[in-house]
Design a protein around this ligand. Structure first.
Ligand code: GUN
Length: 292
């Protein structure tokens, strides 16, 4: 078989960011508020990466760092202020939140017109109803990667197995692929015969957080594999980032595969910036600059 196509999200995201940067020259005051509650190390790294990406394309980041002890009422008040601030175009609350805060309630308090993550029930509802393709950033990033090989591989009529039924990745990605007329199965921790199921797939998307969950014997020849997993493992050389796929052994089996790192991760950030631009176009330019 031919060498697999390496779906390099790092290179693609750089190109996408450059394209967006050119577009954003025309809207220099676009801004994104990033709310981080507490001092979770991984969340800090993600938020810093988002802030830097904003700066690189000409979006004004508004970093909001809040104490892990903040009350729900205080957090809702902060979001309300940002909702009512017409100089703020997008708001994201980094997840997970500390246990004493109700994530659903917090996400629901964000003005849907500023909901850059597409986590608000209003935006998710439109996605699930099939009336919008505005979607969470990881799902959009995955679609961008698949779109980059559309001339060799089309989504239509493909059998897709998504492993992981989260609201952030699995479920919204299923909805976007359904809109493209693929057939979707979402597997989760109680799914029986995962191996047999994966062997029916033209496309496997895995977002679980378990090293080597997808092995060579689970992937049919010529399948496309998208690995959303991000696991830090200890090696003799220090810590290393790996996905959920046994990449070295699986890759030759595939038509195309994402590496980890430099696969889905950078695309998620790029897609977030595109989501902000989408909201701006939808709600800001058309509605007399009134985001409230
Ligand atoms: N935590 C893990 N992924 C995400 C994401 O895409 N957005 C936010 N806000 N939090 C996350």
């Amino acid at each position: 078989m031919n060498n697999p196509i390496l779906l390099n999200g790092y290179t693609l995201s750089q190109k996408k960011n450059e394209d967006l940067k050119k577009i954003l020259v025309k809207c220099p005051s676009l801004s994104l508020a990033t709310i981080l509650v507490g001092d979770d190390k991984a969340s800090h790294i993600y938020v810093q990466a988002k802030i830097k990406a904003c700066q690189n394309v000409g979006i004004n980041p508004i970093p909001v760092f809040l104490s892990k002890d903040i009350t729900e009422q205080e957090l809702l008040k902060k979001i309300e202020l940002l909702n009512n601030d017409s100089t703020v175009h997008g708001i994201l609350v980094q997840l997970p939140l500390p246990d004493h805060l109700n994530s659903h309630k917090v996400l629901e308090s964000i003005n849907p017109k500023k909901d850059v993550d597409c986590f608000h029930p209003f935006n998710i509802g439109n996605l699930y109803a099939g009336v919008s393709d505005f979607a969470p950033a990881t799902s959009v990033g995955i679609m961008m990667l698949l779109d980059s090989i559309r001339e060799q591989w089309s989504i239509e009529s493909k059998n897709v197995v998504i492993v992981g039924a989260s609201n952030i990745v699995g479920k919204p990605t299923a909805m976007l692929l359904l809109q493209k007329e693929a057939t979707i199965t979402i597997a989760h921790k109680k799914t029986k015969n995962l191996k047999e199921l994966c062997l029916t797939a033209d496309l496997i998307i895995i977002a679980v957080g378990k090293v080597n969950l997808i092995t060579k014997d689970m992937v049919r020849k010529g399948a496309v594999v998208i690995d959303v997993g991000m696991n830090r493992i200890q090696t003799e050389q220090g810590t290393k980032l790996v996905g959920d796929v046994d990449f070295e052994n699986v890759k030759d089996q595939t038509f195309a595969i994402t590496p980890v790192p430099k696969g889905v991760g950078p695309m998620t950030i790029s897609a977030l910036l595109y989501n902000l631009y989408f909201l701006y176009q939808q709600h800001y330019t058309k509605n007399n600059n009134d985001l409230r």
